[in-house]
Design a binder for this molecule. Sequence first.
Ligand code: PLP
Length: 365
Amino acid sequence: MNLRIPGPTPLPEAVRIAAGGDAFDHRGERFEQLLRQCEARLKQFYQTESDVLVLTGSGTGGLEAALVNVLSPGQAVLAVSVGHFGERFAAVARAFGGQVTMLESEPGQALDARRVEAALAMLPEPAVLLTTHNETSTGVLNDLEAVSQVLPGPGPRRPLWLVDGVSSLGATDLPMDRWGCDVVVSASQKAWMAPAGLAFLGVSERAWEWIDRAKCPRYYWDLREARKYARKGQTPFTPAVNALAGLDAALELMVQEGLETIVQRHRDLARQTRAGLRALGFAMLASDQDASPTVTAARVPVGLSATEIKKRLLRDYGVAVAAGMGELKEQIIRVAHMGYCSEENISQLLAALKGLLPHLRNQRN
Ligand code: PLP
């Protein structure tokens, strides 16, 4: 099977072996050593000196953990959304009492840092700013460096900046400290090549001040507890131990490959995917400039259905892709080149599509 959905992503053999071993004591030495090693390596990819906490939960759990730890009732929130996952981040903020102002873009478009600056200036200070780094529903990578450049410097006017890096970190450059991000969320089943079940949160010193003051109730996601236990090499509750063993093996591979090579490999895969799909008559949803390095969203040729393409690719060729989300469901397919993916995987997908499309067109006529 050529698994080209945007998560969970394929597992390298070393990761499967590590994750497929027996259970072990989460209060024991082996766990402590694994957790400390994973945290240290995650910090390298986050490019941060701050804490990176490992929680058991999905990416959405990570977004909720970020929000419940910083919100108080009525807190002004600017949610910059360029698609489905931006909307989800906003919905979680609303669910926990945030006063959310939305700043949206058309599907396939990236955020505009100047609009973010203008929208922030209209909100009571200090606001919480939510941005998605890589919008998986539309295949767009937002330019967060540009956002970092328009934010006010240190002081009460500076918003607390939460970043959804679920489908970008581990495959892209997201230097948390240099850009001044406060909480950056990611998840094991995406570019990290690890089993589903773990969420990661990079938490800045400034975020810890907010966390201590925040009034929102929290229990499972209380980051103060997570940090207290992390210092002992543990987690407050039973963690996904096998997923952590898999993550450790994946991080070993990632450290060997190196961030720069990983980033370049993802860019090259995106370029190959976009060129190949264009040659088959697909139109790209995002411009080349805004294109995601981890997932490509492509409009299907006129008269064809995205869900039919998805179904037949799997049935006839053993290739799994995703259709669109929400209103885009029938209009786009999404091809992931995230984490454990090679040029051959993409060539095989393109060859499968080339074989399939004439059949679908014939059926239609
Ligand atoms: N944010 C982004 C950008 C995502 O791509 C996803 C999952 O696809 C999520 C959040 C939610 O993650 P999960 O499905 O692990 O809860």
